[in-house]
Design a protein around this ligand. Structure first.
Ligand code: F6R
Ligand code: MG
Ligand code: MG
Length: 365
């Protein structure tokens, strides 16, 4: 059997009203375009959205970073941009930083998470998609899933997982990469990934080389050199049979965490796990939210999806997130609801400061 590749490629190419949700016409067109490729370029596909982001889930045999797969995603987003412009959707084409494809959609605006693997006897795969936050939002969850024995019982009990995992961490500012082995490097790993605006977990492998997780790490504002919303990341996680179980992969999402993003990509807010029917951003353009679709991957076919957060078991975390949202919102424009000044560099705040710069006068000591 050839190896299977799962590619999740996403972009915000316009939404309604404002930045709250994608339009069904965009999803319909994208689904049709991908369906046409099934049996050729693709084995299977599924199109959904989280907030204002269109999510293309594709399986194929062409490996990661494949130019034809990336070009297909690029063409879908360009076509959707056209439809979005005709309807005057908000932010039509906002993530498409260039209208000429250059071999890889990475660096052109869309977010990309891909993994290639030899299918096991049975291969459960979970796909997480977020809106109104940044790629580092996954750091906490990936640590809990693959390195915290209080979350993942298999780290203690299952001999195939007992040796631990390898985390690849990217430094998004200095453009460098480092690998950490857990449990032995756990504290060093945390020293970096506890700062998720800069250090981002790109992938996780079992120590025998089996790939377990892959994320998107594109920082839109850095690519564009101007504010274009947050990156709204995606993540693929494999589960079971010597990897954390589906339940252990979902377990850390019962903890309410605070992430950067929300209104104008400029605020900290609770990261709320929701079912697909709630994957629409409303209050203060949020709060930041995450959906999860579960599949069995069978010879490249996507058996599913199951809407994993559509469950009363996540009601309590949602309620805690709403409480945190109230608490943070009460702070209005003050930190730590508003992001720290170094993170605000990638927002529209510097433009306000430019307007005010001549009103400052030096202090005479
Ligand atoms: C967040 C996001 C929105 C906008 C906000 C202002 O990623 O995209 O919160 O930043 O709605 O948008 P403009 O400036 O276009 O009115
Ligand atoms: Mg938007
Ligand atoms: Mg978005």
């Amino acid at each position: 059997m050839p190896k299977t590749t799962v590619s999740v490629i996403k972009a915000d190419v316009g939404s309604f009203p404002g930045h709250s949700r994608t339009h069904p016409k965009l999803l319909e067109r994208a689904s049709k375009m991908l369906k046409k490729e099934e049996g050729g370029l693709l084995i299977d596909s599924f199109v959904t959205h989280c907030g204002d982001d269109v999510e293309l889930i594709m399986t194929h045999n062409r490996g990661i970073d494949n130019a034809e797969i990336h070009e297909l995603a690029f063409n879908v987003f360009m076509e959707l941009t056209q439809i979005a412009k005709e309807m005057k959707l908000y932010g039509a084409g906002q993530d498409m930083l260039s209208d000429a494809f250059s071999g890889n959609v990475k660096g052109m605006g869309p977010g990309v998470a891909e993994m290639e693997f030899e299918e096991r006897g049975s291969d459960p795969v979970l796909i997480f998609m977020a809106d109104k936050t940044e790629p580092g939002a996954w750091n906490f969850y990936l640590y809990k899933i693959f390195a915290d024995p209080f979350n993942t019982s298999g780290l203690v009990i299952d001999p195939t997982m007992h040796t631990g995992f390898v985390f690849e961490v990217h430094d998004l500012i200095d453009k460098r990469m480092i690998r950490f082995s857990t449990p032995e490097d756990s504290y060093s790993l945390l020293a970096y990934i506890g700062a998720p605006s800069r250090y981002v977990v790109k992938g996780v492998w079992r120590k025998d080389g089996i790939i377990a997780a892959a994320t998107s790490t594109q920082r839109l504002n850095m690519l564009a050199g101007r504010y274009v919303g947050k990156d709204d990341p995606v993540m693929i996680v494999r589960a079971q049979s010597g990897l954390p179980s589906v339940g252990c992969v979902l377990e850390p999402f019962s903890i309410p965490t605070i992430v950067a993003g929300w209104m104008r990509g400029s605020h900290h807010g609770p990261f709320m796990p929701v079912g697909l029917c709630d994957a629409n951003c409303t209050r203060f353009d949020g709060p930041p939210r995450v959906i999860c679709l579960g599949y069995q991957v069978s010879n490249g076919k996507l058996i599913g999806p199951a809407d994993m957060f559509d469950d009363v078991a996540f009601d309590r975390v949602r309620s805690k997130c709403n409480e945190l949202a109230d608490m943070l919102r009460d702070m209005g424009p003050f930190e730590p609801h508003r992001l720290s000044l170094d993170e605000m560099e990638y927002t529209t705040l510097p433009d306000v400061e430019k307007q005010l710069k001549d009103r400052w006068v030096p202090l005479v000591e």
